[in-house]
Design a protein around this ligand. Structure first.
Ligand SMILES: Cc1ncc(COP(=O)(O)O)c(C=O)c1O
Length: 454
């Protein structure tokens, strides 16, 4: 991995008065929800104290609006920058495209080169379409599946974005009961007629999926899932899903928006031994530049000729240029191995720090995307305190780390020292029964996000 970082220093200013928090307070009156992505709301990390905005992000380093420098040991652009922020090779490709026109009446030839490359990486796939974000690409995949099968229902597991087809799962018999299946994802505004069109099953629950397929014979257009997320697939689970899709003539759609390009140069399904009919990639494929792809067998992809799927900005040139540069570098440096090594190191750091300080945690997640949870009745307050203490030490930190190429062994060493001292202070707080965990927080407890039904 790269070694181009200087040591960091952060004393401990009053972050609540920082330019970022002031701007965010104003943003909430102008932008409903303050940001465009739930997971980027400062309340998800450290309410009232998270730096909120950045002026510069390079490698694994982020500078806030007041010039404070942090090492990013959280989501690294919500998982979109596998090579690290502002990767020089990807940026060079994007600059070249900018200088020669990122948009024109004619089409971008990079679209065809990228389609060939994606089909080479995924030999089962014959055709490719493009979009620019994960949720919309999933909506396209579901539309194609419905069009090709002439059926309405979708069996799904996991999170797949903001679209109506997916949020329909949260429509109950009455609006008062809405939102129970996927807490935190409100379906308000989704037509009630879509009720019972999105049918949920849990990862590794083959019997649950089989039940759905039998109960809805000849009505399920697609089975939609991530090939892997927080749990490893149990033996024969993915093969079982493939067989059920075949038995019931349903399109198998693998959502590789987060798993893609983390375990392999391509979809995680390549190493997990399951072959879908459609696969969807977005963040992860183009190192932070908007891009999304749907790849698949031509029988499914050709449905795009029979249903209207078309948008101007799906034709711009930066996305495919960035994706080509990202994939080429991924292959050149053997990125999946580096991410796996970084992930193993982070797990080791957590395990060692927890053992030393007698804090109980449970670690989960795929190799390059480890996560942990505090095994404690006040887990959310502890998580908030963890973030607060890491921030004081110059780290953007939470209980999951999306490893990138920029997380060098040197930076991992720095993270380890910070983490051991943070865990040791947290252990003192847990042991001291004279004070509550919340009393140690400078602001409110973090918000808890949404449930993925994984
Ligand atoms: C598995 C999965 N599907 C879909 C999405 C939605 O993608 P986007 O946020 O680009 O719309 C995400 C984003 O977190 C995801 O992880």
């Amino acid at each position: 991995m790269q070694e181009n970082h200087t040591p960091h220093s952060n004393a401990g200013p009053d972050w609540s008065q920082g330019t970022g928090q002031r701007l965010y307070r104003h943003a909430k009156s102008r932008i409903p929800g303050g940001t465009q992505l739930l997971s980027k709301r400062p309340e998800m990390f450290l309410p009232e104290f998270w730096p909120a905005y950045y002026q510069k992000a390079i490698g694994a380093e982020v500078w806030d609006l007041d010039g404070n420098r942090f090492l990013d040991f959280t989501h690294n652009g919500t998982g979109s920058c596998l090579l690290g922020y502002a990767d020089p090779d990807v940026n060079a490709a994007v600059k070249a495209v900018n200088d020669t026109g990122s948009m024109a009446t004619l089409n971008a030839p990079e679209e065809v080169e990228l389609a060939d490359l994606l089909c080479e990486l995924h030999p089962w796939a014959e055709m490719v379409r493009y979009a620019r974000s994960g949720g919309e690409a999933m909506a396209i995949a579901v539309r194609l599946a419905r069009a090709v099968r002439g059926r309405d229902k979708i069996a799904f597991c996991g999170y797949h974005g903001w679209s109506d087809w997916y949020l329909a799962a949260n429509l109950a018999e009455s609006s008062a009961l809405d939102g129970h299946l996927l807490p935190g994802l409100s379906p308000r505004g989704v037509p009630r007629v879509l009720q019972k069109t999105a049918l949920a099953f849990r990862y590794n629950d083959l019997a649950g999926l089989e039940h759905i397929m039998e109960e809805n014979k000849d009505q399920v257009a697609a089975i939609v899932m991530e090939p892997i997320r927080s749990e490893m697939p149990q033996a024969h689970f993915l093969e079982g899903v493939r067989s059920l899709a075949d038995k019931h003539s349903a399109v198998l759609v693998m959502d590789e928006i987060t798993s893609g390009f983390r375990l392999a140069a391509g979809g995680a399904h390549l190493v997990l031994g399951v072959t879908p009919d459609l696969a969807v990639f977005a963040k992860g494929i183009s190192n932070g530049y908007p891009m999304a792809v749907i790849i698949g067998r031509s029988v499914c992809m050709n449905a795009a000729q029979e249903t209207f799927v078309s948008s101007t900005y799906w034709t711009e040139r930066i996305g495919p240029a960035a994706a080509l540069a990202t994939i080429k570098k991924h292959r050149r440096v053997g990125l999946q191995e580096l991410l796996a090594e970084g992930g193993a190191r982070v797990r080791e750091i957590w395990t060692r720090a927890a053992g030393k300080t007698d804090i109980k945690i449970t670690i989960s997640g795929m190799a390059p995307l480890p996560a942990f949870a505090f095994d404690h009745p006040e887990a959310l307050a502890l998580k908030t305190l963890f973030t607060q203490k890491l921030l004081e030490r110059g780290f953007l930190g939470s209980t999951s780390v999306y490893l990138t190429y920029a997380h060098t062994p040197t930076l991992l060493d720095q993270y380890e020292s910070a983490l051991i001292s943070v865990f040791s202070e947290i252990s003192d707080v847990i042991k001291d029964r004279s004070q509550s965990i919340e009393s140690q927080l400078k602001g409110p407890v973090a918000h808890s996000g949404f449930s993925r039904l994984a």
